[in-house]
Design a protein around this ligand. Structure first.
Ligand code: HEM
Length: 501
C-alpha cells in the first residue's frame, strides 16, 4: 500500500516538475533572455508578496538586460514580453497597432470590465469612437467654469484648514479637488468634496484605491490559468463598487427622464448615445454592434471616475513635492503664474494655455512620476517583429516599462534630477519617440490626457498664486514607493509646509 502511495506521489511530483519546466522554457526556446524564476510565482514573487513595487522590479529587469531589446518574464505561469527598444515599442503602439489593440487585462465575466480601459478590441473600437467627442477642445472649454468652481472650493478649503504651522498632506488635498471636478464635469453631481463630513462619493473613491485582496487573488488565479475565471462566469471582485455606479446612472437617467440636459456633461452624452439604440462600428473584417445599456454606461462612469481623480491628484501632489525641494523652480513658476493671471484678470482657459513653464514643470513631474508605470498590450493574432526572428503567438502579453524608460540616462541624463528644461520646446522636439510615455501613445493612448492637464494646471495655478510650499523637517528628498499600490504612490504620503504668499 505504502509503495503505491509513494509511487503515486513520485509520479505526480515528476509530472508537475515537467509541466512547470515546459511552461518556464517558453522564452528560452524562442531565444529570448529571461531572469531566474521562483516556481509558480514566476518572476513576480516580490511583487505578489508585496515586498517590492512593480515600478522597481521592472526597472531592475530593464537595467539588468541593458543590451537586449526584449526580456521574457513569467507573471505566475503566463509568459509576458518586456520590450525595451523604443523602435519596437513604436511598432507595437503605433505602426502595427491593429495587431495589438487589446490590453488583455479583463479577466472576469463582469459588466464592469466593459469599460474603455479594460474592453477587448471589438467593444473597445465602438466605445472609443463614440466617446472621443466628449474630450474635444470645444467640449473641454465648456467645462472650464465647473473646474474653476472646484478651484475656488480648493482655495477656500486650504484657507480654512491651513492652521498654525501649515503642514499639509498634498495627495489628500489634491484628491478633494479632482474628485470635485470629476463629480461635476462628468456626472453633474455635487460631490461636496471639501466638506469635513464623510460622504459616499469620497468613501467610494477611497475604497477604489485600497488594495483589495480579492482582486489580488483573482489576478493570481488568472496568471496561473489564463481565461479560467471568464470561462467559469466569475463576476467582478468589486461588485459593490460597480453597483454604486449602476445605481448612480439609473438615478441620473431617471432624473433627466432619459433626455439629455442643456448641461452637456458626460452623462448627457451617454444618454444621447443610448437614444440612438444599438451602435455599430465596422472592424477590419466584420461589424460590431453594441447596445448602450445603463450597465455599459456605469462601466464608463467607473473608469472615468477612477481615471479622472486619482491620476491627476497623484501628479499634482508629486509636483508640489518637487517644487518644495527646488525653490528656484517654484519662484520662476510663481512669477509666470502671477504675471499671466494679472494680464487675464484671473485664471481662464486662455491664461492656462499661456503658462508654458507650468506645463514644462508638469511634463517633468510626469517623467519622474508616471502614475501608470507600465503600458500593457496583447497580440490579437500571431505576429513576427519586422527584421527579426521573434514571433509571438496570438494572446501574448506585452509590457512597455514606462517608469524604467523615464529613468534611462541615455534619454534623460541625470534622471534623478528634477529639471523642467528637458521639456522646453527645443528639447522636447529632440526627444526620440516612445521614450516618454506618461499617457501612453497610439490609438489606445489616454483619452483624458488634455482634460487631465487642464484640470491639474488650473488647480495648481490657483493654489500656487496664493500659497508657497516648503519642505517639512521630516520630508525625504526621494520618496519611497508604496509596494501595494497599482499606481505610483508615495509610501508615507506627501507632506509639505504651506505658507500664504
Ligand atoms: C495625470 C493624469 C493621467 C495619467 C497620467 C493617465 C495615464 C494613462 C495611461 C498611461 C493610459 C494607458 C495608455 C496606453 O495604454 O497607451 C491611460 C488610459 C486611459 N485613461 Fe488616463 N491618465 C490620466 C488622466 C485621465 C483622466 C482625467 C481620464 C478621464 C476623465 C482618463 C481616462 C482614461 C481612459 C478611459 C483610458 C483608457 C483609454 C483606452 O483604452 O482607449 N485618464 N491613462
Amino acid at each position: 500500500m505504502i509503495y503505491y502511495i509513494v509511487s503515486g506521489l513520485l509520479i505526480f511530483a515528476c509530472t508537475i516538475y515537467y509541466w512547470l519546466k515546459t511552461k518556464y522554457s517558453y522564452w528560452s526556446k524562442r531565444g529570448i533572455v529571461s531572469p531566474p524564476i521562483v516556481p509558480v510565482l514566476g518572476n513576480f514573487s516580490s511583487v505578489t508578496l508585496q515586498k517590492q513595487s512593480y515600478f522597481d522590479l521592472f526597472t531592475e529587469f530593464y537595467n539588468n538586460y541593458a543590451d537586449q531589446k526584449y526580456i521574457g518574464v513569467y507573471i505566475g505561469l503566463r509568459p509576458t514580453l518586456i520590450v525595451r527598444d523604443p523602435e519596437v515599442i513604436k511598432q507595437i503602439l503605433i505602426k502595427d497597432f491593429s495587431q495589438f489593440q487589446d490590453r488583455g487585462v479583463s479577466f472576469t465575466d463582469s459588466d464592469i470590465e466593459q469599460n474603455l480601459f479594460f474592453a477587448e478590441a471589438d467593444v473597445w473600437r465602438v466605445l472609443r469612437h463614440r466617446l472621443t467627442p466628449i474630450f474635444t477642445t470645444g467640449k473641454l472649454k465648456t467645462m472650464i467654469p465647473l473646474v474653476l468652481k472646484s478651484m475656488n472650493g480648493l482655495l477656500d478649503y486650504a484657507d480654512r484648514t491651513i492652521g498654525e504651522n501649515g503642514v499639509m498632506e498634498m495627495r489628500s488635498l489634491a484628491s478633494k479637488y479632482t474628485l470635485d471636478v470629476i463629480g461635476s464635469c462628468a456626472f453633474g453631481v455635487e460631490v461636496d468634496a471639501f466638506s469635513e463630513k464623510e460622504n459616499v462619493y469620497r468613501e467610494i473613491a477611497n475604497r477604489m484605491l485600497l488594495f483589495d485582496s480579492k482582486v489580488a487573488i483573482f489576478r493570481f488565479i488568472n496568471s496561473l490559468f489564463p481565461g479560467l475565471l471568464k470561462t467559469l462566469g466569475v463576476k467582478s471582485a468589486q461588485k459593490d463598487i460597480f453597483d454604486f455606479f449602476v445605481n448612480m446612472v439609473n438615478e441620473i437617467v431617471k432624473e433627466r427622464f432619459g433626455k439629455p440636459k442643456v448641461r452637456k456633461d458626460f452623462m448627457d452624452f451617454m444618454i444621447e448615445l443610448k437614444e440612438q439604440g444599438r451602435v455599430v462600428r465596422r472592424g477590419d473584417d466584420h461589424e460590431k454592434e453594441l447596445e448602450i445599456t445603463n450597465e455599459l454606461m456605469a462601466a464608463q462612469a467607473f473608469i472615468f471616475y477612477l481615471g479622472g481623480f486619482e491620476t491627476s491628484s497623484g501628479t499634482m501632489s508629486f509636483l508640489m513635492h518637487e517644487i518644495s525641494q527646488n525653490l528656484d523652480i517654484q519662484e520662476r513658476l510663481h512669477k509666470e503664474i502671477s504675471e499671466v493671471i494679472e494680464r487675464h484678470g484671473g485664471v481662464t482657459y486662455e491664461a492656462i494655455n499661456e503658462m508654458r513653464y507650468l506645463e514644462m514643470v508638469l511634463d517633468e513631474t510626469l517623467r519622474k512620476y508616471p502614475i501608470l508605470g507600465v503600458l500593457v498590450r496583447q497580440s490579437i493574432s500571431p505576429y513576427t517583429f519586422p527584421n527579426s526572428k521573434i514571433s509571438l503567438e496570438k494572446g501574448t502579453s506585452i509590457i512597455i516599462p514606462v517608469y524604467a524608460l523615464h529613468y534611462d540616462p541615455q534619454y534623460f541624463p541625470n534622471p534623478l534630477e528634477f529639471d523642467p528644461e528637458r521639456f522646453s520646446p527645443e528639447n522636447k522636439a529632440k526627444l526620440p519617440s516612445c521614450v516618454y510615455l506618461p499617457f501612453g501613445d497610439g490609438p489606445r493612448n489616454c483619452i483624458g490626457m488634455r482634460f487631465a492637464k487642464v484640470q491639474s494646471m488650473i488647480g495648481l495655478a490657483g493654489f500656487l498664486h496664493k500659497y508657497r510650499v516648503e519642505p517639512t523637517g521630516q520630508t525625504k528628498r526621494h520618496l519611497e514607493i508604496e509596494p501595494k499600490s497599482g499606481t505610483l504612490t508615495s509610501k508615507d504620503g506627501i507632506w509639505v509646509n504651506v505658507k500664504r504668499r
